[in-house]
Design a protein around this ligand. Structure first.
Ligand code: UDP
Ligand code: MG
Length: 326
């Protein structure tokens, strides 16, 4: 395969139920782009046989490249592993669960060709639980405020990037990354299109509540120092409130006498709890940063690729190893 023009990167974690349909629809969508394309399926340490299915697909279909990681590293690390192997001028990412219809890929590619560096998508009639939807709405709003990049939906991984954006992202060495935000920090021209969103009809969500929380913190800390600044603002507000409350108690004591102050013991408790609580929040947030610094200082690889199958199909027998990360 000569170097492709469009690379489609999909992280896969225990998705055997979706893989056949995914493959078929993606291959069709890739052809519809009218460019030479490759379909990079990254197995994120699946235990349900997805890796075997992917390897077989890489043998059967010319555009398919299988990237097998040695264990589960999480969605964003898996996408990174795929990006490191992508050779296209335009790179599209999407989820394996068919919630993002692959049929939208040609539209994304066309939008990049109009001169955009990053193209995001907005999920119309999003088919997720109310809890997930409202949490996302909040996060999206915060990110918009903090980054100043006007995108409406940061959670949707159906996105397209220009080559240089991906190269820039691959040079970032931090380990906990949230790809859509990272990409936007390198982009000058961005745009958004709205896409359909289907409910997951096969398999289950790979995000437990615990993984979701961890992802939200990745998102928060990837906005650099903004949360730290928020921390001081919240601290100021809470401390100011505490001082005001203390003054109020003194005034009430003077006006109503000591009996009132004794009855006010519980409000003092309340003030104390607010302060202690805010300290804990602050410490927790600091801990999040320190944990990430610790991870980055250790500088372990973000992922480890066990095997790449189906790359450079024709020249495989001539060149023993294909250079990774040129
Ligand atoms: N995924 C992954 N590694 C993980 C979790 C998820 O590669 O540890 C992949 C998963 O196979 C899917 C995508 O990331 O292609 C999004 O996962 P999912 O649909 O479960 O998330 P949700 O739609 O619930 O946000
Ligand atoms: Mg999903």
């Amino acid at each position: 395969m000569m170097s492709p023009e469009v690379s489609i990167v999909i992280p896969v974690f225990d998705e055997t139920a979706c893989l056949d349909e995914l493959l078929e629809r993606c291959l069709r969508a890739g052809k519809a782009c009218g460019h030479k394309f490759e379909l990079i399926l990254v197995d994120d340490g699946s235990t349900d046989g997805s890796d075997k299915k992917i390897s077989r697909a890489a043998q059967l279909h010319e555009p398919v490249v299988a990237v097998l990681l040695n264990r589960n590293y999480g969605q964003h690390a898996a996408v990174f592993a795929g990006l490191s192997q992508a050779g296209g001028e335009i790179i599209v990412t999407l989820d394996a669960d068919l919630q993002n219809p692959p049929e939208e890929i040609p539209r994304l590619v066309a939008e990049i060709e109009k001169g955009n560096d990053v193209v995001g998508t907005v999920r119309m009639h999003r088919q997720d639980s109310f809890f997930r939807r409202s949490a996302s709405a909040l996060v999206n709003k915060a990110v918009r405020q903090a980054t100043g990049v006007m995108m409406h939906d940061y959670g949707c991984m159906l996105r397209a990037y220009r080559r240089f954006i991906v190269d820039a992202m691959l040079q970032c060495s931090e380990r906990s990354t949230f790809i859509p935000i990272l990409a936007n920090s390198f982009a000058r021209h961005t745009s958004e299109i709205s896409v359909k969103h289907d409910s997951r009809n096969q398999g289950t969500s790979k995000y437990s509540i615990f993984k979701l929380v961890s992802l939200q913190f990745d998102l928060l800390t990837s906005m650099s120092t903004f949360p730290l600044r928020m921390l001081s603002i919240v601290g100021l507000v809470v401390a100011g409130g505490g001082i005001g409350f203390g003054l109020l108690i003194v005034v009430m004591r003077i006006v109503y006498g000591a009996a009132w102050a004794a009855d006010g013991v519980f409000s003092l408790f309340a003030a104390m709890f607010i302060l202690i609580g805010s300290q804990f929040i602050a410490l927790g947030l600091l801990g999040e940063y320190i944990g990430r610094i610790y991870n980055d200082v250790r500088a372990r690889p973000r992922y480890f690729i066990r095997e790449v199958l189906g790359k450079n199909k024709e020249v495989d027998n001539i060149t023993p190893a294909c250079p990774i990360n040129k």
